[in-house]
Design a protein around this ligand. Structure first.
Ligand code: NAD
Length: 275
């Protein structure tokens, strides 16, 4: 039980990847605080953890609303104490900010029956950009004071998009590029203040936020075939395959001199040139 009584705050904890992070940290003895805009999904995960003998509590809040984060932070301080580990997992893409085509075709600049680069709505772009970057920034602003000079750990969740953007999703690509860059920035900022900041960049995992791009009526889309061709291991990742990296990065003995890195866990996607 390496994390005995450490307090781990996880945003997006009702989702597929972060619920697996939450269960993993709880099984190592951490008190897991699950934040999600969908309180019911976070509560369901907290209940599972408690049923298995772990310590957990769910709170409903949006990572885009600083005052709701501050209110939840005050409750957590009162109920449990200071945060030791923060995982900024809330994020994802949205169909609203997803284009229909990979490449420009003649006439796209005047088309209005499909989503193109030209008619991509600023609010839709901003929604995805903010969810990933501002959600990470605001949550870090609220919880990092707890961790100052206490061997704190912040883990952000980046993506393959941060290394090279994927077609059709310019907002998500820009956002995760910014999350990786912010991870490095914050790592330097806190380097002398006892907080390590790193990111995990998952390859492709089937979850709620990307399901509609990957499957249509349960059948893999052309994009799924492309992704699997571009992943040398030839398959999607399983959430539990992120846990070794997570446990390494939260462990101040195992990764005590590691800060400011973005670790790909991707079946070889980021190493493959396509040939
Ligand atoms: P998911 O949709 O299963 O989980 C995302 C969770 O975030 C949901 O429970 C959702 O309710 C919550 N959320 C959304 N908006 C929120 C807000 N404003 N405030 C608080 N919570 C909010 O998706 P996932 O794939 O498990 O996503 C986890 C993280 O992993 C995301 O940052 C995502 O971008 C990243 N990621 C996923 C993949 C993948 O292949 N699935 C790859 C790379 C990175």
């Amino acid at each position: 039980m390496k994390l005995n009584n450490k307090i781990a705050v996880i945003s997006g904890a009702g989702g597929v990847l972060c619920s697996s992070f939450a269960k993993c940290l709880a099984s190592e003895g951490a008190v897991v605080i699950l934040l999600d805009i969908n309180k019911d999904s976070a509560e369901a995960v907290a209940n599972e953890i408690i049923k298995d003998g772990g310590k957990a509590k769910a709170y409903g809040c949006s990572v885009l609303d600083k005052s709701s984060l501050e209110a939840v932070h005050a409750e957590i301080l009162r109920d449990f104490g200071k945060c030791d580990i923060l995982i900024n997992g809330a994020g994802g893409n949205s169909p609203r900010a997803t284009l229909n085509k990979e490449y420009y075709e003649e006439g796209d600049e005047v088309a209005n029956d499909i989503k193109t680069f030209f008619n991509l709505d600023k609010d839709d772009f901003t929604f995805v950009f903010d969810l990933n970057l501002m959600g990470t920034l605001l949550t870090s602003q609220v919880f990092s004071p707890d961790m100052l000079n206490r061997d704190g750990v912040i883990i952000n969740v980046s993506s393959m998009n941060a290394f090279r953007p994927l077609t059709k999703i310019p907002a998500y690509s820009a956002a995760k590029g910014a999350v990786s860059n912010f991870t490095e920035w914050l790592a330097v900022y806190f380097a002398k203040a006892g907080i390590r900041v790193n990111a995990i960049a998952p390859g492709f995992f089937v979850t709620k936020q990307n399901e509609s791009l990957l499957f249509k009526d349960g059948v893999p889309t052309a994009r799924t075939e492309k992704i699997l061709r571009a992943t040398p291991m030839g398959r999607f990742g399983k959430p539990e395959e992120l846990l070794g990296t997570l446990l390494w990065l939260v462990d101040n003995n195992a990764s005590g001199f590691v800060t400011g890195i973005v670790v790909p866990v991707d079946g070889g996607f980021s190493a493959y040139s396509g040939v």
